[in-house]
Structures are given as structure tokens and as C-alpha cells.
Design a protein around this ligand. Structure first.
Ligand SMILES: [Fe+2]
Ligand SMILES: [Fe+2]
Length: 275
């Protein structure tokens, strides 16, 4: 009974839940955490967690380990490797939503509630991937992972940078990647994986909309140059978009026509020339 009370207290606020989720090194907890408590902690003191807990099953990738090419996806093992990488993207996204809710505690509660809602979506996406991985005969931990998002997203100093990088950047690029991979999986004969990409892509539209709406609230619009200024170095739009742009999905997510026009025409400035 005492243990039950202690556990209930430990998860009493969303903040504690988020911190536990982030720091947990238990794969089962990462995929199926306890229900989210109802209230946030009253403190507004930010906490910036430097690194997530990593379950022992997750082995870091060596440099140069690449994803299989689309043509290789006819082979089950290669499809599993791609789905495993996507599972790990979802894990990092779920963790970074918790990270932001703790790092930007002085933002409106509505924003932080939105982050937690997205976190739960990402965890649901993880489960979709791991279930399909199991039907292919693989499990989480069968392929190495790289915490790429974690090495870059926590450089965001404020919530504007966070929504610029995460929602309007990485998740928006996922609208392009999900469309492309749905086609690759379908061509490889894996209709389940193809439909999963489409379903996840549809969910991500809402995540991008959330970020775009808050970016507008905080900066006064969906302006491409303001977005560019909000990206901490070395982020570049080049890694935050796919080709071709998912214009319709991005527009449904609230990105303005002018923003999309500038994003599609963006060319990085040449470096190394004498000034
Ligand atoms: Fe997701
Ligand atoms: Fe997302």
C-alpha cells in the first residue's frame, strides 16, 4: 500500500511524469508509460535535461551506418531496419516534447498541454512501428540507433526556436518523408507499412499545425525570414525539408503560401568566399 502511495505521488504532476519518461532506461516504460497526470507542477523554474535515459537494448550506431536504399526494401530485413530507425525518431520526438515542457515552463499551460498531447501521439506511433517490426520477425534493439535529434534540438534557447526546429522543421520534413516512404513500402509490397506511413503522416499535420500556430502567436506571423532567424546554428532549411515539398499537407498545417514559396526556392548562401 505504501509503495502504491509513493508511486502515485511520484507521478502526481505532469512535470514528474515527463522527467521520469525522459530519464527512464526501461524500454517498456518508453513504449507504454503510465497515464498522464492531470496537472502541471506549480513551479515555473525551468529544468533543462541534458540527455535521455537509454534502455540497454538500444546500441549506438557506428559512424557511417546508413539506411537501406528504397530499392532494397523488398527485403524484410531492410524494411525492418528503416522501421526501427523511424521508431527511434518517434522516441526522440516523444522525449523532446517532455524536454520542452520542462525547459519552457514559463510558457502558457495550453502550449505545454499541447506538447504532452503530441508526446502521447509519438508514443502511439512507436507502438505501431514496433508491432509491425514484430510481424517482420524483428524487435526493438535489433538495429543500432543514433540520437541525432538529441544532439541538436536542446540547443533551442527559447520556445520559438523549439517550434521552429521541431514542429516547423523536423516534423514538417516528415510530411515529405512519410509520403515518400509510403510509396517505397507500397512498391516493395508492404501495404501495412505503407498505410502506417500515411496514418502517421496525417497525425503529423496536426503537430506541424500546433508549432506553426504558436510560432505565429509569438512572432506575429508565418514569415519565412523570421523562421530562418529562429533556427539555431547550424540548422539549415536544407535538412528541414524533403523533395518535393508536401505543399498541400504543409498548407493544411497552416504554413502560408509565401512561406512555402520561399522554402521551396531557398538556396543556402555560399560560404568560404572572401568578403
Ligand atoms: Fe510521430
Ligand atoms: Fe510528431
Amino acid at each position: 500500500m505504501l509503495v502504491a502511495v509513493a508511486v502515485a505521488e511520484a507521478f502526481a504532476t505532469i512535470d514528474t511524469w515527463a522527467e521520469r519518461y525522459l530519464l527512464s532506461a526501461d524500454l517498456a516504460h518508453k513504449q507504454a508509460p503510465p497515464p498522464l497526470p492531470e496537472r502541471f507542477a506549480t513551479t515555473q523554474v525551468p529544468v533543462r535535461i541534458a540527455a535521455p535515459g537509454r534502455p540497454p537494448e538500444l546500441v549506438p550506431a557506428k559512424r557511417g551506418d546508413r539506411l537501406p536504399r528504397p530499392k532494397a526494401l523488398r527485403e524484410r530485413k531492410h524494411r525492418a531496419k528503416v522501421l526501427h530507425a523511424f521508431w527511434h525518431h518517434e522516441l526522440q520526438a516523444a522525449e523532446l516534447m517532455c524536454w520542452a515542457a520542462l525547459a519552457f515552463r514559463d510558457t502558457p499551460e495550453e502550449f505545454r498541454r499541447g506538447l504532452m498531447r503530441i508526446c502521447l501521439d509519438e508514443i502511439r506511433h512507436m507502438r505501431l512501428y514496433s508491432e509491425h517490426l514484430a510481424t517482420l520477425g524483428f524487435s526493438i534493439g535489433d538495429f543500432p540507433v543514433r540520437d541525432w535529434f538529441w544532439s541538436r534540438v536542446p540547443q533551442c534557447r527559447d520556445p520559438i526556436a523549439f517550434v521552429a526546429v521541431m514542429g516547423m522543421g523536423l516534423e514538417a520534413a516528415n510530411l515529405e518523408h512519410a509520403t515518400a516512404f509510403a510509396a517505397h513500402f507500397r512498391a516493395a509490397g508492404d501495404e501495412v507499412a505503407a498505410c502506417m506511413q500515411e496514418q502517421i503522416g496525417a497525425d503529423e499535420v496536426a503537430h506541424v499545425r500546433f508549432a506553426t500556430r504558436w510560432f505565429e502567436t509569438w512572432t506575429g506571423g508565418c514569415d519565412f525570414d523570421a523562421w530562418l532567424r529562429a533556427l539555431p546554428p547550424p540548422w539549415s532549411p536544407m535538412v528541414l525539408r524533403g523533395d518535393p515539398l508536401a505543399i498541400d499537407a504543409r498548407a493544411r498545417a497552416g504554413m502560408s503560401a509565401a512561406f512555402l514559396q520561399k522554402l521551396s526556392a531557398y538556396v543556402p548562401e555560399a560560404k568560404g568566399r572572401g568578403s
